[in-house]
Design a protein around this ligand. Structure first.
Ligand SMILES: C[S@@+](CC[C@H](N)C(=O)[O-])C[C@H]1O[C@@H](n2cnc3c(N)ncnc32)[C@H](O)[C@@H]1O
Length: 263
């Protein structure tokens, strides 16, 4: 049977499959779920996406089409264990490579601000990869995600490195103004709104990784315009690189700009 795209979150012990079913295949959804569970013996539940990502928490609705009601799993990625229930919080296993890449950039003794940190996936990857990190401040609004983040910090023995913070980036970052070497901003649908806060978090020099959606045709021009404005406002030198992270929709991708600010 031809099965449409799906992702599997979890481990060999227990995993959940998340599937998109186009309208013309809805009548076959049970058959599709059976086939997935036959192919992947560790999949204990199959969830069908029934909405887009929504609300500030960036979660979506799912319908359980087959298997266990309890969809909490421990997802293994890059040597990290990430406990997550995809029905309660944002999580995408497709971004594991990107998290490792950011972790690979970090240097010893850095203080890092991870805004919009979800279940702590970026923070745990960084702490695992860069043993000599100073501190990682992880700010997240969704209380369920912060509960998972606290568990994940313990699961990965990073209590001395990661500081979980429940709250809105707009309100809770002040304590770390002028203290960070690096800021990570994984909120692609509106991260540019928070760029001024990220700049305030940085010491006089530093690095920002900002994620956003943009059109293939316009991204270079749009980013150049934004960087010019930032240069004027901060009076700093900024060198930057645009990277395509993942496809999002026809002609639209998720991008990351890595920018380095210096005097
Ligand atoms: C796209 S998800 C990324 C989660 C995580 N970094 C990851 O890669 O798995 C964005 C997260 O930002 C959180 N969020 C949205 N607005 C926020 C705000 N103003 N302050 C703090 N967190 C926010 C959402 O609850 C959500 O968990």
């Amino acid at each position: 049977m031809e099965i449409t795209s799906y992702e599997i979150i979890g481990s060999k012990e227990k995993a959940v499959a998340i599937i998109e079913i186009p309208k013309n295949l809805i009548r076959k959804e049970n058959e599709i779920a059976n086939e997935i569970m036959k192919r992947h013996k560790h999949v204990v539940s199959v969830l069908k996406k029934t909405s887009e990502r929504k609300s500030e928490y960036r979660v979506r609705n799912y319908k359980l089409i087959k298997g266990q009601k309890n969809t909490e799993v421990i997802h293994k990625e890059n040597g990290c264990n990430l406990k997550v229930d995809p029905r309660k919080v944002y999580f995408s296993q497709r971004e594991g490579t990107e998290r490792l890449r950011i972790a690979g950039y970090t240097k010893k003794n850095e203080t890092i601000m991870v805004m919009f940190s979800g279940i702590g996936s970026f923070s745990v990857n960084i702490a695992k990869h860069q043993k000599n990190i100073k501190k990682i401040i992880s700010v997240e609004l969704n209380p369920s995600a912060v509960d998972y983040m606290i568990e994940n910090i313990k699961l990965n023995r990073s209590q001395d490195k990661i500081i979980p913070v429940l709250g809105d980036v707009k309100k809770v970052c002040k304590e770390w103004y002028n203290k960070c070497n690096r800021v990570v901003m994984p909120l692609p649908h509106e991260s540019w709104k928070y760029i001024q806060i990220a700049l305030k978090c940085l010491k006089s020099t530093g690095i920002i990784h900002i994620y956003f959606f943009d059109s293939e045709k316009k991204v270079e021009r749009n980013v150049k315009r934004r960087i010019e404005k930032l240069k004027q406002k901060t009076k700093k030198k900024i060198i930057y690189k645009i990277r395509r992270v993942l496809p999002y929709a026809p002609g639209i991708n998720k991008y990351c700009v890595d920018m380095k600010l210096s005097n």
